[in-house]
Design a protein around this ligand. Sequence first.
Ligand code: ADP
Ligand code: MG
Length: 228
Amino acid sequence: MIRLSNVVKIYNEKTAPVFALSGVSLSVERAELLALMGSSGSGKTTLLNILSAIDLPTSGTVEIDGANISTMSEKELTAFRREKIGIVFQFFNLMPTLSVLENVMLPSLLLKKSEKQSASRAKELIERVGLSHRLHHQPFQLSGGEMQRTAIARALMNNPAIIIADEPTGNLDSKNADQVLELIRTLAEEERKTFIIATHSKEVSEIADRTVVLKDGKVVEESVIAEK
Ligand code: ADP
Ligand code: MG
């Protein structure tokens, strides 16, 4: 599903270079739930940005679902991202003036799908994440856990093969975090989605199939922690 080979990322290469990733090689299989751990500054977000085709590596190759992303144009990358990858953020990144339903529909409308088709799929997904009773609420009327579940439904909207989440429980209390993790675990199993989650939380590594630890932009530990 995903193959990274010797990926290097240097920020500000010409002025004051920062080596964010120093030769990361990593494979992730379909339907795998991978926890990416490591202290702050170890390169987790940089790696996720590359995995989600938001950013390109300085060198090395990135193959996602059979496509080599380093050879794509900006336009191709944008299209690729919208179709193949769902992204979940620590601070939810919902549109504040839109309802739950409208937020979830958005990625589908960006692919120029009809309102009707988008609304019907969005409603299914909102039910899937347990928020049918919140359809017309706006983000400020939701709890943190509800906002994150809305964001997960939005990430699933275009039926991507891969979901990338950066500290998805980092802003939730433990009860809401548990609910979100349970949902992620269920989706990985039942929908056969590949999840890559950057996290500080031990709870995330407990639901993961595998944990990879980054330190100073290198993989320093890789462990199989659960059999499916
Ligand atoms: P993490 O998510 O594990 O905290 P990051 O990937 O955000 O780590 O950062 C890895 C390293 O790259 C850090 O030293 C950070 O300061 C640096 N870095 C991250 N983004 C940028 C950027 N846009 N420009 C320059 N340096 C950056
Ligand atoms: Mg980070």
